[in-house]
Design a protein around this ligand. Structure first.
Ligand SMILES: [Fe+2]
Length: 292
């Protein structure tokens, strides 16, 4: 899908926002898609053994996840992982999951670090498609260092879009740009860059400041995706159903399902993303009708 492809649209949220902490009896937190996980053993700073990978998959499955995109860190300037090594690790893990009878499937992906190399996707040592989510060529997960918004980023996002790839920006709430310039996030969103917030940020795993920013991004309707970014089996964010209930308590179950199930599945399948309704923070949903 190229940038700007119209979405199929989504009906407005018809319910009033719930009070924070109010229990939601939703049963819809199934078939969730975790788009960002360091579940593959030995490829980065995530899982360090096949047993840890299995434990992560079990925890995800218990938390309503049916599909996990394995996204090892991928630095184009110091390549230590290749698309072939990711594909081999995914195949091995899927075999192990199958023999355990676990109903969760792992897909290949990568978390590509922003660098000048991304401004020249045609010069990469592999077809860009091989780094995209599920190898389908539609969406690429990109991360920035937490300390700064890198100079090549805007051009790289544009070049990716010209190449027909939709960038997904991982955990912007952990980058200083969110702290310093919230309008920048809105402008990225408006240019078709999908913002993915970490479940752990919403839970407070990175501190109260990141938590506040992460919730604000959701309340403003800027995020299209929430994922675990889990690195080890003890990571609480693997339970996406629990995270979904927290989101539902503040923003409604429809928004929670959009962020954790429907939009992530569209990324996996190469479909269009839908824009959640924004929340003004002052007493109600904003019905902007914006669609990506
Ligand atoms: Fe990550």
């Amino acid at each position: 899908m190229g940038p700007g492809k119209p979405s199929t649209g989504r009906k407005s949220l018809g319910e009033a926002p719930r009070e924070a902490g109010q229990r939601i009896e939703g049963s819809g937190f199934k078939s969730l898609v975790d788009l960002h996980s360091h579940i593959l053993a030995g490829l980065d700073d995530g899982s360090d053994s096949p047993e840890h990978s299995l434990r992560m998959a079990r925890a995800a499955s218990s938390g309503g996840v049916s599909d996990i995109v394995a996204t090892p860190h991928f630095d184009l300037d110091t390549v230590s992982v290749t698309p072939a090594s990711i594909a081999a690790a995914v195949e091995e893990l899927n075999r192990a999951l199958h023999s355990e009878g676990l109903r969760v499937r792992v897909h290949a992906g990568a978390e590509v670090r922003m660098s000048a190399a991304l401004t020249r996707p045609e010069d990469l040592p592999w077809p860009l498609r091989e780094l995209t989510v599920g190898g389908k060529g539609d969406y690429l997960l990109v991360d920035l260092p937490s300390s700064e918004y890198l100079l090549p980023s805007d051009e790289a996002f544009f070049r990716l879009q010209l190449a027909g790839v939709n960038p997904v920006l991982a955990h912007p709430e952990r980058n200083r740009l969110a702290e310093d310039d919230f309008r920048k996030l809105a402008s990225l969103r408006d240019r078709g860059i999908a913002l993915q917030v970490n479940a752990g940020s919403l839970l407070g795993s990175y501190g109260s400041k990141v938590k506040r920013i992460a919730w604000k991004i959701l309340e403003e309707g800027l995020a299209l995706l929430v994922a675990s970014d889990a690195h080890h089996p003890g990571n609480g964010s693997l339970d996406l159903a629990a995270v979904g209930r927290s989101i539902a308590a503040r923003l409604g179950e429809e928004t929670a399902l959009l962020l954790l199930r429907d939009n992530p599945r569209s990324v996996l399948e190469g479909g269009a993303l839908q824009q959640p309704e924004g929340f003004s923070g002052k007493g109600g949903y904003r019905r902007s009708g914006r669609r990506r």
